[in-house]
Design a protein around this ligand. Structure first.
Ligand SMILES: [Zn+2]
Length: 342
């Protein structure tokens, strides 16, 4: 099993694929982190891995065409794409390139996604946990550039994370380390949809949980709320209502902030990062979320670890998934790690 180089050399652009629970995304990203194309479609994971990967690879071909690039045995010119980087939620085996049983993709068991991508595109491929990949992307090209110790937390449908320690991505034994969404914030608390345990950070701070807790609060109290006019209030609706002074929404939002601050304080105590980068859809609320979380972490973390820590929003935004997946390819090439065997 020889080390494979991208067809177009180490600096060649990468086709990045992101397999999320709600959306699939593909894009072409170059070695400077520039995004040359970005396309997305609903995941519909219940249609199964064969159907899902066929749609993902088609999305990949579309991203290649939109970038004016070529891939595979035809891609030897200056626009040739040298490799495929894939990000997906765990558990997975990034060394073997296999999705084991991703929490957000029920029924997708033991899917050899790297082998399948390699067969589909005829170039080497690499797989990484999506939040770990996003951490690598933010560290190399985004808000964490220049830091040596950084934590990335994505607060989205679920909650995930990644850790850069002493300038290197922390991956764990098989690439499933840094599951920061499953840090416990209340060991007798709400059941976590992701892992089944109780009281995970994800069970309080995820967009799914914010919406669920709002519905529960509406059912449990007769208090007036502008959320009552909505059929299915989302996390964004809760944030907007809280900003408008709605007391019920503000209570749900405050619980979200306090759970996130609690989990993040433990994480800061563990790693003593210089910087925490927060990404994912829920962070579109901006300082309404990040401001109070930053203040609480700085005041509650064990001193001196927490006092100077920066807490900022992702710089890569909606592109963090594909830039992260591409970063994994560049990181592995730089460290001489094999991408995939034929
Ligand atoms: Zn959990």
């Amino acid at each position: 099993m020889a080390t494979l180089r991208p067809v177009g050399g180490e600096g060649a652009p990468v086709l990045a694929l992101d397999i999320g629970g709600t959306k699939l995304a593909a894009g072409v990203v170059d070695a400077a982190g520039t995004v040359h194309s970005f396309v997305a479609a609903p995941s519909e994971p219940e249609r199964g891995p064969d159907d899902g990967l066929a749609r993902l690879f088609e999305l990949g071909r579309q991203a290649v065409a939109e970038a004016g690039a070529e891939i595979g045995s035809t891609g030897n010119g200056p626009t040739g794409i040298g490799a495929v980087g894939i990000g997906c939620g765990g558990p997975l085996d990034s060394e073997r390139g296999v999705l084991l049983s991703p929490l957000h993709l029920p029924g997708w068991r033991d899917v050899p996604v790297v082998e399948l991508a390699r067969a589909a595109f005829d170039v080497p491929a690499a797989l990484e946990n999506d939040a770990t990949a996003a951490a690598a992307g933010e560290h190399r090209f985004g808000a964490g550039a220049g830091t040596r110790h950084m934590v990335y937390l994505t607060v989205s449908t679920g909650v995930g994370g990644g850790v850069v320690a002493d300038g290197r991505l922390y991956r764990g034994a098989m690439g499933n380390g840094g599951e920061l969404g499953h840090v416990t914030v209340d060991c007798n608390g709400r059941v976590c949809r992701g892992c089944g345990r109780r009281g995970c950070l994800e069970a309080y701070a995820s967009g799914t949980s914010i919406a669920e807790r709002a519905v529960e609060a509406l059912a449990a109290s007769g208090a007036p709320s502008i959320l009552r006019a909505l059929e299915r209030p989302t996390a964004a609706d809760v944030a907007a209502a809280a900003r408008d002074g709605d007391a019920l929404a503000a209570a749900v939002w405050d619980e979200t902030v306090s759970a996130l601050a609690c989990g993040l304080t433990s994480i800061v105590n563990l790693f003593e990062p210089e910087l925490v980068v927060l990404g994912g859809g829920v962070t579109r609320a901006g300082e309404q979320l990040i401001g109070p979380v930053r203040d609480a972490v700085r005041s509650d973390a064990v001193r001196p670890a927490g006092e100077p820590v920066g807490v900022v929003r992702s710089a890569l935004g909606d592109h963090v998934g594909i830039v992260g997946a591409a970063t994994i390819v560049y990181d592995r090439l730089a460290s001489g790690v094999m991408l995939a065997h034929g």
